[in-house]
Ligand binder design. Structure first.
Ligand code: MG
Length: 183
């Protein structure tokens, strides 16, 4: 199968590092769990959107982001099992050197540059499965939809919208194995 995999908050913990970075910079005390909307700045009512969104663009920010536990091992097993793996990420062009050349290839060294697609229009990419925490990337897509749980999507009714909600990479591997077995 062709498996499309989101990057932010699917294989790494961007939001955690982002909230911590904003808290440090502006002496706030917002908890990761309190980010209830896709727009992270909504969790920081005292700050402007520009202030909040500037943090992940700072030089060195990606050194503070951690991979999701088990993500690298799981992706490697999927490749070894013969699946085609494509990272599909809606990334700001300016953050490519740190985020893709730095973070991604450092923590996922078995991935090649030609397995990375940068786009915010994920529905235009063909694949059998998309794993993503952004419901707007899954809605309307012509793929099996695996929703990675994040604080901003926890109240979303995944099942009613044809998605399979998961919480970790062990669960994701189980879902993919059952899809592969039934296809
Ligand atoms: Mg994401």
């Amino acid at each position: 199968m062709t498996i499309l995999v989101d990057m932010d908050d699917t294989i790494e913990q961007l939001l955690q590092a982002w909230v911590e970075g904003v808290n440090r910079e502006y002496r706030c005390n917002v908890k990761y769990e309190d980010v209830a909307e896709w727009d992270v700045s909504a969790a920081f009512p005292g700050l402007t959107r520009e202030q909040v969104y500037a943090i992940p663009m700072r030089q060195g920010f990606w050194k503070t982001v951690k991979p999701f536990p088990g993500a690298a091992d799981a992706l490697r097993r999927l490749v070894d099992a013969g699946h085609e793996l494509l990272i599909v990420t809606a990334t700001q062009f300016e953050s490519v050197p740190e985020k893709i050349n730095g973070f991604l290839f450092e923590h996922f060294p078995f991935l090649r540059p030609d397995q990375v697609i940068i786009t915010s229009k994920k529905q235009r990419i063909r694949g059998d499965i998309l794993i993503d925490d952004g419901v707007h990337n899954l809605e309307g897509g012509d793929y099996i939809k695996i929703l990675m749980t994040a604080p901003h999507n926890q109240n979303y009714n995944a099942e009613a919208n044809g998605m399979i909600r998961v919480h970790c990479w062990t669960e994701i591997e189980e879902v993919i194995a059952s899809v592969a077995a039934s296809s």
